[in-house]
Design a binder for this molecule. Structure first.
Ligand SMILES: *Cc1c(COP(=O)(O)O)cnc(C)c1O
Length: 411
């Protein structure tokens, strides 16, 4: 059996001594010593910049708080209060997980969904611009998503924010371990707050947990206070707050994951490359950084297999192989957000979501198991594929390539 995902958080039993130390200290939460050690280690070995980070109990709550914080700050700076009577939007791609849209809803914003780019499946700049043009005054925050851990151009969002005055929060839920085109950790040296997840199913697997990073220590301090009931004074709320703290045991798991994380990411990269080499004709995400912390293996059906996804998933299941279809349905197509969201033109999103197939990729998976999955998929699809795909010379510029970091087009 090859499950789609197999979470691999560090072994709790292997942490016996450190767990005993937590018990002996009598400190279980409230940004305790283990949490501080983890945040410091993240700054040093993960983000490697002069910024700061704060842990959260999960990325969804982290997104909620970060959006609220940047909006509060922007309105304090402009002297305009956060008007609760006016309809205000959080601009985000619809091709994402529902968390960012739910977070927006919880702070009284309406998600406004934009389309994505054909090649890297992240928010399309043209689509964002069109919606900003139309709804600009009422857009409270922009929330791009670094799709499946792939890097997005944070400098572009910094410029966009500067030009429009709209603050930005980045959903980097799957991006811990990803390196940008300059080989720097995603989010390092960026002024924008980036929210990362440490959920069991993410590459940085713990159980529940997250971390917010920004180059701006003041914003991180504000989030720390917000996450502890808004207590800026002694048990006295000085700002909106909730409880977003990570427990000491959660921080210990995270610290332990961090120690071995480099090998986790590089192994998963090898698995992803094995898939790319083993599945000619399939359309892969255009990778924009020098390293992606692959969460699973997403790809688009070749043209000749369009409409056959259910059959393929069922036949993979018959062979004991799990598969996913992230993000199908995309967020704007989900019942709650059909009622409580607003969408621009989503034609690329529709096409990408309808043709997406995600294959298993997990930390303890072997290259041989990837080869087994590729064999099974090729076998299932062979009767429908134009032959021979491997040997055929494709015309220059043809997009049906399995090559790494080449543009795939959802034709
Ligand atoms: C997993 C995920 C989240 C939510 O993370 P949690 O830590 O589970 O709350 C948010 N956004 C995206 C894109 C995700 O993949």
């Amino acid at each position: 059996m090859v499950p789609f995902l197999r979470p691999a958080p560090p072994s709790l039993l292997g942490l016996g001594e450190e767990l005993r130390a937590i018990e002996a200290s009598g400190i279980y939460t409230n940004y305790g010593p283990t949490n501080s050690r983890f945040e410091q280690a993240m700054q040093e070995s993960m983000f490697r910049d002069g910024g700061a980070c704060v842990t959260v109990c999960n990325a969804t709550i982290g997104l909620m708080m970060a959006m609220r914080a940047v909006i509060e700050r922007a309105s304090a700076r402009s002297g305009k209060a956060f008007d609760r009577t006016e309809r205000r939007y959080a601009l985000m791609p619809s091709f994402t997980f529902a968390a960012a849209a739910q977070a927006a809803d919880w702070i009284g914003l309406t998600p406004l969904f934009c389309d994505i780019d054909e090649a890297d499946w992240a928010a399309s700049a043209a689509s964002e611009e069109a919606l900003i043009e139309r709804y600009g005054r009422n857009i409270a925050v922009i929330v791009p998503y670094a799709t499946f851990g792939n890097c997005i151009d944070l400098a572009r969002y910094e410029r966009l924010s500067e030009r429009t005055g709209i603050p930005v929060v980045v959903d980097g839920a799957a991006s811990l371990g990803s390196l940008d085109s300059a080989g720097r950790p995603f989010s390092a040296h960026s002024a924008l707050p980036v929210v990362f997840s440490m959920h069991a199913t993410k590459t940085f697997s713990t159980g529940e947990g997250g971390v917010i990073h920004a180059s701006d220590p003041e914003l991180i301090q504000m989030l720390r206070v917000m996450g502890n009931f808004g207590f800026g004074g002694k048990r006295s709320a000085t700002m909106p707050g909730l409880n977003s703290k990570l427990s000491e045991v959660g921080a210990l798991l995270a610290l332990s994951q961090l120690r071995r994380f480099e090998s986790v990411v590089t192994h998963r990269e090898t698995l992803a490359e094995t898939y790319r080499d083993g599945l000619p004709g399939w359309i892969f995400q255009e990778l924009t950084g020098t390293r992606c912390a692959h969460q699973f293996m997403p790809m688009l059906l070749p043209v000749e297999l369009r409409g056959m996804r259910d059959m393929i998933v069922a036949q993979l299941a018959e062979r004991g192989i799990g598969a996913g279809t992230y993000f199908s349905p995309h967020v704007a197509a989900q019942p709650f957000f059909q009622m409580n969201g607003l969408a621009g033109d989503l034609s690329v999103t529709e096409r990408v979501a309808a043709n997406m197939l995600c294959l298993p990729l997990w930390t303890e998976m072997s290259v041989e198991t990837v080869a087994f999955v590729c064999d099974a998929l090729r076998d299932i699809c062979r009767p429908f594929m134009h032959r021979p795909t491997v040997l055929q010379e494709l015309p220059a510029g043809a997009a049906r390539t399995s090559g790494r970091a080449k543009a795939g087009k959802a034709a």
